[in-house]
Design a protein around this ligand. Sequence first.
Ligand code: GRF
Length: 214
Amino acid sequence: MTPKRLGILISGRGSNMEALLRAALDPAWPCEPALVLSNRPDAGGLDKARSYGVHTAAIDHKNYGKDREAFERAVDAELRNAGVELVALAGFMRVLTPWFVNAWAGRLINIHPSLLPLYPGVDTHQRCLDAGDAVHGCTVHQVTAGVDEGPVIGSAEVDVMPGDTADTLAARVLKAEHQLYPRCLAAVARKGGTRVREDLVSDGVRVRLYAPRG
Ligand code: GRF
């Protein structure tokens, strides 16, 4: 199959972005990174993306004041200029308006550091510890108008360990994110037919992947 042209939106260090760029080094992975775009011109992930030879852009949301849709129209234009077909949010710290979400419906994917529907929003690791949960993880999902809602594509679970702090737990979940996100994007790009596609344990992380309905 022809690889899907992938746009990755970031705001920071871009470790999930890097996991996707690494996955793309395998010719069998069905996406081709076409653009990494940040709303923060100083995001560390931009340099990292360039080191992989990927085209980058920065569109500073501060230049658009309160006009979120004007900012998003600029982002949308960059994505379309780059021929992007599928957009992955990877630590992109702007809530998107329904206009953008609708424009990319079905082709806009996010990764969130909790087992959704548990703990949408921020401070997920501390909230998991405060609740005394035995298991935590991350979720990749389609983006819809509600924040951290939308159909789940896949999730990965990690055990909460005695003595875990929010930081140690976050580090373990981040490793799981790096395993999960490339698998989920591959599933979306291939539009596999069956619902449960993969259920595997790797490096102590339990990954459950659902193929989106094609
Ligand atoms: C990740 O934990 C991701 O789940 C969340 O923001 C963080 C981004 O980290 N949405 P990175 O920039 O990918 O390292």
